[in-house]
Structure formats: C-alpha cells, structure tokens
Design a binder for this molecule. Structure first.
Ligand code: SF4
Length: 275
C-alpha cells in the first residue's frame, strides 16, 4: 500500500525523525510547506490486515459489575468505600462529561486539578486512547499536551489529521495519578466504564491504543506492546491497533519508525473499512 504525502506531511514526518520511507531521489524541502500541493507515492508497506479478536473473555472489560464496586482500600480508615457512579452505560455525551467532572469513584479525585475527559471531533474516524493525564494535562484539562502532545500532533499531521478533525483523543484514566505513577488496577477498573461509554457514543472506525496501560485495558492482555504490534485487535467490534506512547517515543527515538508503521497499519484498516 502506498500513501500520498504532500510537502507538509513530509516535513512533519521529518520532524518525527521518520526518514526511512523517503524515496531516495526526493529530498524534503521545508521551504515548500504550504506552497505546493504536489503528491507522490512513497513506499509504506502495510501487511495484509488480519483482524483477530483479543484473547479475552466475552466481557470486554476487566470489571463490569452491575452494582457499585467498592475499592478494597479506602484512603483513610474512616472513609466510606468509594462507589462507582450508576448508569454510566446509558449516559449521553453531555451527561457523561458531567459525570466524569464530578466523579469520586477512586482516590485520584483527591489530587486532581481538572478531570480530563477528552478532546476532538465527536464524529471521529480515529479514537486515540492514552494512559492518564500528566501534570500538564491535569493543569489544562486536555489530553496529550506538552512535548508528547506535540509529537502526537505531528504524527497526526503526517496523516492529514488533527486532534480536532476526524480524531478524538481520550485517556483510560480521567484524573492524574500523583507524581505520574502507574495507574493502580482498581483505578482503571473504576474509570474504564467512562471510556467504554465514550467508545459506544463516538463509534470510531479505528482505535489507536498508545502505551502499555491503554493497551492492557482495551485488550485485556498482559503481553508487551512489542508482541501486540503489527496486527489488528478488537474492542467491542472496533478494530484496535497498538503502538507506543508518545512520551516513550521521546525517550526512544529509534522506535518512532515503528510508531509510524503502526499508524500506517491503522490507516490501512480504516481505508479497508470504508471501501
Ligand atoms: S480517575 Fe476516573 S474513576 Fe477515578 S475519580 Fe477520576 S474519573 Fe473517577
């Protein structure tokens, strides 16, 4: 499969450090950005798409209790058990956002400045799912800001996408874990119904799961990302492609090329689904 890239997209890829796909005879001229809409085919090999259901139980998520789920360990000995908000599975978009904003179903509510519900097109082709808000996201109330967000924006721009056009971005957790520590399983279990309902309402054509916790949550798998990349999984009927988190890519530059290949795989799935 080949992708048609214009000068702006090539420049974005160059900024990502993706050079392996350039035709050798075609140097990137940054001065051409926004001037010439020339396109040319570049070799981006995407393997035939095999849709494999994730190896998990028919229930799509880790915890799907019908009644409120109490955390095993309250923050204080005298604190009442936290209860998950009822009725999430039937909420419409606005009510879902308000439910997140007022949620106190896990201890992360204690330290947050803002909940981070998500951002983007409400009729997206792509749903990008990350892990949890960091310090910048907690302050601004928007996912993927700062350097990792800039890299994600460049990755999207290379596909002629943006976080406001054909894309919605959300996290598994809507509140920041203190000190950017890893999410606890019970925090993910408490918060995951919000993401599940977001997927149901957004009806994306492809989900790009970025980073270990997004992947583990959506696929209910403990396998490392390296073993899950390169094939198409399933989350409640929506195809899922797995890739690295942009924050990881900032520390591991050689893996940017793998992330680009993952995006091309997702793009191929999307094109296949729309034909
Ligand atoms: S992380 Fe999720 S479950 Fe926990 S308080 Fe925030 S919105 Fe509620």
């Amino acid at each position: 499969m080949s992708l048609q890239l214009d000068a702006r997209q090539r420049a974005m890829l160059q900024e990502m450090g993706i050079r392996v796909f350039w035709p050798e005879a075609t140097p990137v001229d940054l001065s051409m950005q926004g001037q010439v809409e020339e396109t040319e085919a570049i070799a981006v090999e995407v393997a035939p798409v095999e849709v494999r259901p994730a190896a998990r139980s028919p229930e799509p998520v880790a915890v799907r209790a019908e009644r409120p789920v109490a955390l095993p360990t309250p923050l204080r000995p005298d604190a009442p058990p936290r209860q998950r908000m009822p009725g999430i599975e039937a909420m419409q978009w606005e009510a879902l956002g308000e439910a997140v904003a007022t949620c106190r179903a896990c201890g992360l509510c204690e330290g947050r400045h803002n909940t981070v519900f998500g951002v983007g097109d409400l009729h997206p082709d792509w749903l990008i799912v990350g892990e949890a808000p960091g310090e910048n996201e907690d302050r601004e109330g928007e996912p993927f800001v700062g350097q990792a967000g800039k890299l994600l924006d460049n990755m999207l721009a290379a596909l002629s996408l943006s976080r406001h056009q054909r894309v919605y971005i959300a996290n598994v957790l809507k509140c920041r874990p203190p000190g950017n520590r890893n999410p606890e399983p019970q925090e993910i279990a408490q918060c995951e119904p919000f993401l599940r309902r977001q997927v149901e309402l957004l009806q994306p054509k492809i989900i790009l799961a970025m980073g270990r916790f997004a992947v583990q949550t959506l696929l209910q798998s403990n396998e490392p990302i390296g073993r899950l990349r390169g094939r198409v999984h399933d989350y409640n009927g929506v195809p899922v492609v797995v890739t690295y988190h942009p924050a990881y890519l900032l520390r591991n530059l050689p893996d940017k090329a793998k992330a680009w290949a993952d995006l091309c795989l997702a793009q191929g799935v999307l094109r296949g689904s729309s034909t």
